[in-house]
Design a protein around this ligand. Sequence first.
Ligand SMILES: [Zn+2]
Length: 800
Amino acid sequence: MINKQKVAGVLALSLAALTGPLLAQQKDYPIQPVAFTSVHVNDNFWQPKMEVNATVTIPYVLAQCKANGRIDNFLRAAKKLDGDKLSEFPFDDTDVYKAIEGASYSMQNKKNPELDKSIDSLISIIGAAQEPDGYLYTFRTVNAKKPHEWIGDKRWVNEEILSHELYNAGHLYEAAVAHYQATGKHTLLNIAIKNADLLVKTFGPGKIEEYPGHQIVEIGLSKMYRVTGNKQYLDLAKFFLDVRGPKGDAYNQADKKVIDQHEAEGHAVRAAYMYTGMADIAALTGDTKYLTAIDDIWSDVVTKKLYITGGIGATGAGEAFGDAYQLPNMSAYAETCAAIGNVYWNNRMFLLHGDSKYIDVLERTLYNGLLSGVSLSGNRFFYPNPLASMFQHQRSAWISCACCISNMTRFLPSLPGYVYAKNKNDLYINLFMSNSSNIKLTEGNVNIVQQTDYPWKGKVDITVNPDKTGEFTLRIRIPGWAKQQPVPGDLYAFMDKRSFPLTLMINGQAKSFETEKGYAVLKRTWKKGDKVSLLLPMETEKVLANQQVKDDRGRFAFERGPIVYCLEGPDNKDSLVQNILINKNAIADANYHADLLNGVDVISTEGKSAKRQLKTDSILQTDQMVKAIPYYAWANRGPSEMTVWIPYEASAVRPKPAPTIASTSKVSASLKNVRMFAAIKDQYEPADSKDTNYPYLHWWPAKNTNEFVQYDFDAEHTVSESKVYWYDDGPWGGCRIPVSYKILYKKDGQWVPVKNTTPYTVSKDSFNVVTFEPVATTALRMEIQLPVDNSTGIHEWAVK
Ligand SMILES: [Zn+2]
């Protein structure tokens, strides 16, 4: 029931709190971030990336939002455009919100009146699309004749499953708070307040008692509470956590009460946002019951479910966390949004506990599995971020589910907000990048200037300029990797146990220092111009994974400082890397290449390449130089082979295929994606038909059609046998073994069926062999009838 007076009252209270002084007694994190508005990054690594974000990514994503109907959704909801056509997903509104959020941070980093104006007009369209009581969800307001199947016939009825109404609200709040903080304007914030007040009226004990299907509104409401002081927003955020479980699904973390969850499970982005929200609400309410849960879950993730790149969510099935130590490389999901969520969560864990181990995880994610999500050009994007490839992966210009694209757009310009934090007279230096920042401590204002060539060089110079001489404490993070601990726990370890000196100087004098929770603690009376120099050992390390990670056995990864490396085709012989073997004890050099991939350190070492041979099982090994580049920079030179985990044991190598009829043939197929073609002749036998950790070719989402693949031989060959290994990812995926297939050969330009001498079989998990009367030909074709309700695929097709 709507109580109009109450609505009006709440709105007035919200605005009053906003314009009046913020509540001084407001509980919050013991450690406070230093806002992005106070930190001015000017380094050679991040600043150019933020510049590309501002000049390429933001305008590009706004244009894509327009081209792909997202702006029209708002215009139609606002009755400024006729028709009821909507874009594809009910969460498409969030791409516009995230683009506004990114634009807001970006305008704070560098003024841009033109962008400011276009964001203003976008906000006025959003405002016009809002219903009078504050409801804002274009997919319902545009009264489509055929509503999207994810949305119910009334507001909120499908919220726990698919409608994403609260997910849209959460992103709206984050955008509104960023826009208000960056520009001082209340326009989007007023829209958000009106919407949040509707949620307060609608949800809660005795009202609708349901949880969000996709978490994030908890984070958004916490931010809204911080800027407005309206405690109802905080109470609602807490309600949305407490009402969750135990009768829902593990998929969206609703199978247990949130405080009874102790392991990471289900959809990784939903999970990371929820854990972040739990930390926020624990901090803002002082209610510590959420902490045991998120502390346990954090340990579960970093000791069992974290990629070396900081990526989380190993499996594409449900975009979810896998089992403990289930970290496949080629099929790694590691969604960009999940990496961003992992940064949000670890930053909150640090603000709660003041321990550098959380920033170690944050930094690892930031420089590797998060940054890989966007191309150097700023307009190509990864959704999954695999750790190995055989040409089948490439960043996309746009993805109909654009969550990762808009998330990257908003995250990058917010980076300055992660460099520092403070607690009264303690100033934490968490990340290393050149910047000038003004930070308010209890003792007074301090200007901090960092100068560094991090992540390529380990020297960091920090100039401390307090307004007035005074005593306070600098807490400088000593990264785990500088202390032989790449991640907390035993999931990853450096192969060589070495120790390097770690030097810290104050005004040119070497100083011994105490460490506390991973920070060098420098408590003294600081005066203007005091200079701290930190020298971190930037060494090339080989990282080993815990033996329980079966996909990384017999392999190591290169790492230098925070950067994880990979081998990529363009830097290596024959453009191949899966066939490379490097001795455990190989010495590796690193050199800076200014003209490669916008400037990167390249690791070089001696290795071998392995090759299969015809008529013998022995593998041929040849010496060659091997080069590794930073993982984040791969896939900027077209599709290629890539691997993060490099074999040091011969059994882990995938040798170059032998020159068989198939491997020397040209592949064609009834498919547009040519990147899948090489998969069928790579001479890798999968573990079973559903094995996604090797490349395969598939026709999904086509079904009930007749398709083909074809080998054009390098010369005329006489053939009499075909063996095919089908790809079938049932029961969850969309591919099954086909209904039937047949082999044809080219005769005088025509396709003629071969005369088979054994029956055609169609079965899973092994090769299906058929023999036929020998034919001399230049090409073979396989015609495949897809199942009525499913697609199909091929792992391998060999002929002889
Ligand atoms: Zn995403």
